[in-house]
Ligand binder design. Sequence first.
Ligand code: SF4
Ligand code: FES
Length: 199
Amino acid sequence: MNLNKKSLIAYLIAKGISIPHYCYHSSLSIAGNCRVCLIELEKATKPVVSCATHANIINQTQNKIYHDSPLVKKSRENILEFLLLNHPLDCPICDQGGDCDLQDQSLFFGFTKRRFYKFKRIVQDKELGPIVKTVMTRCIHCTRCVRFAKEIAGTEDFGMFGRGSVSEIGTYITKVLVSELSGNVVDLCPVGFFTTKTY
Ligand code: SF4
Ligand code: FES
């Protein structure tokens, strides 16, 4: 296998190893922002995100990879806890229920713990044209949709606005999504932020 062209996550997935991921998509550029694809490298002092790490690191540093160690499990669990701080637990009424990567991982980790009780972030839904409907509070800020619009559809319709707890996906100058490819973001979104309006 040619390691030169691969990120570590692509290499591990090709070997049949399951690595959770939200922001990584094999057809998009690397964002490395959801942090759930953490793995452990023998010679690294802390877990590293496998999507933003080059697969060549195995050859260059003779590193051993641990994708299932207690540290990896604990780290991923903490990332999930962080993501679920703001994501609403509305799976029973969500159109993406049963087909949601976040739901799958939460079930896998048997997630019950919570250390933050203050509030959940509320973001007003946006009008994005005739094809997609938004449920803004479900967004986990993976930016797959933004990268898809820019890199595949070729329309820089929207992006990430704000920082920290006020970050949100939005359109530039309150535009709607006009690309004929805009419906693809419904499939691309790992959670239920985009759902089909027509459905
Ligand atoms: S809307 Fe979906 S695809 Fe876009 S950033 Fe949010 S979670 Fe990711
Ligand atoms: S999949 Fe690697 S950081 Fe999101």
